[in-house]
Ligand binder design. Sequence first.
Ligand SMILES: [Zn+2]
Length: 475
Amino acid sequence: MEKINFGLEIHQQLNTHKLFCNCDFYSGQETDFSILRQMRASAGEGGAVDIAALEETKTKKFIKYIAKKDKICLVELDDEPPHLPNREAMIYSAKIAKAFGMKVRKNVIFMRKIIIDGSNVSGFQRTALLATNGKIEVSFGNVGISNLFIEEDAAQIIGKDNGKRVFSLSRLGVPLIEITTEMFSATPSQIKGVAEKIGSVLRMSGFVRRGLGTIRQDINISVGDGKRVEIKGAQDLSQIEKIIGVEIARQKVLRNNLKSEVRQVIPDSTTRALRPISTRSRMYPETDIPIFTFSNEELADIQQYFLEDPETKHNRFKLLGLSDDLASQIIKSKDLFDFEDAIARFKNIEPKKIAEVFVNAKRDAQRKIEKDVISNNISCEKRQQIDNKYVLDVLELLDKKKIVFPAIVEILVKGNHQKFEKITGENLEKEVKKIMEKSKGKDETIMIKILMGEFRLRADFKDVLNIYNKFHQKI
Ligand SMILES: [Zn+2]
């Protein structure tokens, strides 16, 4: 059988403000003005015109950009030079590189990559090689991670207006890391495994944005000694195996007539030709940005950075008593950091219970709130989101035995724990006896049901049963 070689390029947005200005990401649909620009291919400083760039100018001329006045500045419009690189984004990227065992460069030099499909107002994307030479351990061995670049994300294509392509400037300039693997040979399902593992390391760092469109995979594929084809824009990992299967079949059919090119994934998991693969003349130095240098303190801090391997973390959580399912859910969750914080802080609560609060109780409470919002006709914007700061406060009450576990969903819904304070000792005895007197003569199962209804959210039920057993003969 012929060897099939793959390489992955993973693009992931960082969770910071933009790379060369202080603006933040916002929703691409928000808009209150638009501008029109025209794109032209010009020679790079070496004098050569990139073929990829030339191809694109032939077809796409005027570009329309939409934006929101108070959400962007002159940097996105290319009317002001870029500010110095966002230090936080640079440090996050370096720490992620460290998590893949890469060598981080002390001096980072930004380059311009010509992009003239309109997705960059300036006609180029700023990009810098930040780290090299790492690896990731996967089910079938190690895969080399060759490079980590930090770059600015492109504008998002929204559609067409009178034949003009329309882009939103909402995400233009958001820091993006590009992680490239070495070419390796594997099965389509193993490729998916590699992409998944890289994605979970990124999420577990806590430095990255989450949700649809925040991570994108490109796949390089070549069959045997054939030409390399780059497949762009696989956003959904569940499509990967299908995309690869279709592409391998396409390459085998074309064989001698295969073009080395960039292809774009379309919704049915097939691809269409986008442009030729870029040449070196696509890149030239960015003279507006001075060389970025990590300080010795920053480099020492980066060297110290350690990120637990996802499987090691999973096994550790299982040893703490979490089920397989609960362990994977909490590892995938945005609440992972608060969960780890909580298990270190609250020693009187089983870690499994804490995980259940983050994974189940919080979700159930959120649903109840949303149901209330809908039945009371309150607009969606006013919908209350449960804050983890409050979840941690509630866990602290549980840790100090001031509330009981079954009350947590209600407390999260109400936003306070009045009416749910735990009753114990003589007070509980008095109240239980009172209810028992009132229901005198009822048979045992009914009596216990009544007591449960009364005390489930306010007392440890075994305390209630002990009191019941002590007194039920006498009443
Ligand atoms: Zn800005």
